[in-house]
Design a protein around this ligand. Structure first.
Ligand code: FAD
Length: 304
């Protein structure tokens, strides 16, 4: 990958430019595919460390993840990371998916347990012949292909199914012991939650990067409903910033960019130097926020 250039050009020591990565979801229609590729082409010159593509356990979603990843591999210089869950598949099937990724040159997997196939909030039941936990999946991937780097999830506000934050950190520890080398957090809006979580994780001797997952909220109402189900709290001060803007998409966008930019700049000020953006397959806000972090486009892209 080509280097990111810094915004500082006044002859003084340049501030360190953070490393960034982007998450996309696999498109369902041709129009969504076109729009995703416009987004990728806009964001690629920012030289992310990697770009990840989410995974759904259903057969067609699985295939869409694979084809998106394969196309990124083929048409760009970006390093793709394929998300993979344990849901609804026997070990053999999961192993085959991992082998297929390895064959096309993918060397990074984001390994997850996944949500219950019966829907969020229902009891999770592992496939009888499947990987029983995310840690087992991590170990399975690393054993099969030691050259595949594995990232996992982390939950600054704890996972909704977890009894306590310490139990949650036990799971993180198991994933690290199994070979995970990076954790990406669930979205959060209160930076103190992240720093408190980081303190607890470090106190347990876990030293892998815990990369904050940042979600610029293009549509506050929708995003709030979505993240709340996943256990993320939405502070009142944040809701207040979007009050009265339900029918004003343009102002909402400006507010969303300001809020997310404020969040990452405060994290950066406190020494955070790596960010993972939940792009929702849109480039505009993420591009602007990256710009404010000092990241400038560089011709990193193979495909026009
Ligand atoms: P784990 O880390 O294994 O567990 C999370 C917590 O739940 C742990 O504290 C653990 O103790 C507790 N727990 C786990 N199993 C049980 C159990 N049986 N009983 C009680 N407690 C339990 N989902 C997708 O479907 N596709 C994706 O591509 C995807 N990408 C994601 C990327 C990131 C960065 C994050 C943060 C989440 C992502 N998710 C994705 C969502 C994720 O699948 C869900 O949050 C899921 O419920 C947990 O998976 P996990 O690997 O995070 O769980």
């Amino acid at each position: 990958m080509t280097e990111v250039t810094s915004a500082a050009s006044d002859g003084q020591r340049a501030p360190r430019v953070p490393a960034i990565s982007f998450e996309f979801f696999p498109p369902k229609t041709e129009e969504m595919e076109r729009s995703l590729w416009e987004t990728i082409k806009r964001l690629a010159p920012l030289s992310p460390s990697f770009v990840s593509v989410t995974y759904g356990a259903g057969g067609s979603t699985r295939e869409r993840t694979h084809s998106t990843i394969a196309r990124i591999r083929k048409e760009t210089d970006l390093l793709p990371a394929a998300h993979l869950t344990c849901v609804g598949a026997a070990r053999g099937e999961i192993d085959e998916i991992v082998d297929r990724y390895h064959e096309v040159g993918v060397r990074h997997i984001v390994a997850l347990r996944g949500d219950p196939a019966t829907g969020l909030g229902t009891l999770y039941a592992a496939h009888p012949d499947g990987y029983q936990t995310s840690a087992e999946l991590v170990a399975g991937i690393r054993k099969r292909h030691p050259d595949i780097e594995v990232s996992v999830s982390a939950y600054p506000e704890k996972h909704p199914e977890s009894a306590t934050i310490d139990a949650d950190i036990d799971t993180l520890q198991a994933k690290v012991d199994a070979g995970a080398s990076r954790a990406i957090t669930q979205v959060f809006f209160d930076n103190d939650l992240y720093f408190r979580y980081l303190d607890r994780v470090r106190a347990r001797g876990i030293d892998i990067p815990i990369v904050p997952g940042i979600m610029p909220m293009h549509n506050f109402k929708q995003a709030r409903a979505f993240v709340t189900r996943a256990g993320t709290s939405v502070p009142d001060w944040l809701a207040a910033k979007f009050e009265g803007l339900d029918d004003d998409a343009e102002t909402r966008k400006l507010v969303a960019a300001t809020v997310a930019a404020g969040q990452v700049q405060k994290l950066a000020k406190h020494g955070v130097d790596t960010f993972h953006f939940y792009t929702m397959n849109r480039a505009d806000l993420v591009f602007a926020i990256s710009h404010l972090l000092g990241i400038r486009p560089h011709c990193a892209q193979k495909a026009a």
